[in-house]
Design a protein around this ligand. Structure first.
Ligand code: SAJ
Length: 425
């Protein structure tokens, strides 16, 4: 199949890098987003998100005329939908996926669809979302035929190809990772494969749309369950007075054991979200997946309790002081090491809670940001040496590389809550 113009709907963390990488292969790419600021920024050759190397690829693609952004969809040969799939707000804790962005994107592109076009859903989605998207498209364009009614003979080809790139390594992983391509028919898979072949150096493996949807949810659930195991171990070890980091190192020497690392909880917008898409569809069956989510979501509160315990110990060792006199220093705010992304960060949750309850001074060390978020106005952003010198309680939340350089023995601090094994491994 020949693709002269490719349209990417949604220019966020996945859509923009994908659009830019395709454009870097000298294909005409039109990016569509409802955010005028994002569109203007991209058209200037700049980026509105933080991702290493992306600025260089976007600048070159825009300068050479292969990438252009707009708020209005245009005809193209292939449409790649990369919009968010959050939870439904009104369902509160039920964690039901909200497909309204996919519905809106379908409505947006429907008027410009023509016979022979390919539509690919890249957004992480619950099983059945691709079929639902095809139904919305068919409803909007009764003059065209779709795979759900016309199989291999349909005018429009529809497939799901979930993104699987790791934030911080997106530009490289987009090219190198294998892709799972789930067409609604075999021809849909073939068409989608020829699109990904433009820029993917990894293998393109075809399957059904439903299996591709489930594959993505499975990958992130696998990681969530394994992190939950590590987090549960850390809580058990704390109770049994065993060093969990040493324990994991030892257990991992077994040739078939590979335990992940405990932390203050699971953050980001993928691993803490996607497993719920399985749970919400199969609540009776997905017992382990649900429990893993609950274990990981419970970890930040456990960390807060440990900090309170440390404050209690400090006060009983220093009876002349009150909680107001106690300084707490928290190391790290990001959702994982060596990035500046604070979204859905368990470290941020812990620090926010401490800021609202602790009457004494709260110091924050986060080398990847220049100022604290608004809600942390009462805390102070400081350099790590200054924090260690002037604090009573040390709370390690994110294992940024910079934190490993400090030799804590030099400071002889006693009150440490180390959720990452930076000082206590
Ligand atoms: N974490 C731990 N212990 C570990 C590993 C991770 O506590 O041993 C925590 C991190 O600190 C972080 C959270 O888990 O808070 C998630 O981080 P991550 O690096 O595991 O994953 P993400 O959310 O940045 O990206 C994941 C990736 N999925 C998998 O590795 C299976 C990525 O490939 C996906 O494309 C991405 O989700 C996505 O977009 O779905």
């Amino acid at each position: 199949m020949n693709f002269n113009t490719i349209s990417v709907i949604g220019l966020g963390y996945i859509g923009l890098p994908t659009a830019a990488v395709i454009a870097s292969r000298r294909k005409k790419v039109v990016g569509v987003d409802i955010n005028q600021h994002a569109v203007d920024t991209i058209n200037r050759g700049e980026i509105h998100i933080v991702e290493p190397e992306l600025d260089i690829v976007v600048r070159a693609a825009v300068k050479e005329g292969y990438l252009r952004a707009t708020t209005t969809p245009e005809p193209a040969d292939a449409f790649l939908i990369a919009v968010p799939t959050p939870f439904k707000a009104e369902n509160g804790n039920d964690h039901v996926p909200d497909l309204t962005y996919i519905q809106a994107a379908s409505k947006t592109i429907a008027p410009v669809l023509k016979r022979g076009d390919l539509v690919i859903l890249e957004s992480t989605s619950p099983v059945g979302a691709t079929e639902q998207m095809a139904a919305w498209l068919a409803e909007a364009r009764p003059d065209l035929s779709f795979p759900q009614t016309h199989g291999e003979e349909s005018d429009i080809r529809v497939a799901h190809c979930p993104e699987r790139v790791l934030p911080g390594h997106v530009v490289r992983e987009l090219v190198e990772n294998d892709r799972v391509i789930g067409g609604m028919t075999a021809r849909c898979s073939q068409a989608a494969t020829s699109l990904y072949r433009i820029f993917v150096e990894g293998e393109c493996i075809t399957t059904t749309a439903r299996t591709a949807e489930m594959a993505k949810l499975t990958e992130n659930s696998f990681r969530d369950v394994n992190i939950a195991f590590a987090n549960e171990l850390s809580i058990i070890c704390d109770k049994l007075d065993i060093n969990v980091w040493e324990l994991i190192r030892l257990a991992n020497r077994h040739p078939r054991v590979n335990i992940l690392q405990p932390g203050p909880g699971v953050g980001g917008h993928c691993i803490a979200v996607d497993p719920w898409f399985i749970v919400s569809e199969t609540p009776e069956e997905a017992r382990l997946i649900r429990t893993a989510r609950e274990v990981n979501d419970g970890k930040p509160q456990w960390v807060i309790d440990k900090v309170n315990e440390a404050v209690g110990k400090f006060l009983s060792d220093n009876p002349d002081k009150t909680a107001k006199d106690v300084t707490i220093a928290c190391f790290g705010l990001a959702f994982k090491p060596d990035i500046d992304d604070l979204r859905e960060s368990p470290a941020l949750f812990v620090v926010n809670k401490l800021a609202s309850r602790h009457p004494g001074e709260l110091l924050v060390v986060e080398p990847n940001i220049r100022q604290l978020p608004f809600e942390l106005m009462s805390a102070k952003l400081v350099a790590q040496d200054a924090a260690i010198e002037s604090t009573d309680i040390l709370v390690m939340l994110v294992d940024h590389k910079a934190f490993f350089k400090v030799d804590l023995a030099f400071y002889s601090k006693k009150y440490i809550v180390d959720t990452r094994g930076v000082w206590t491994a």
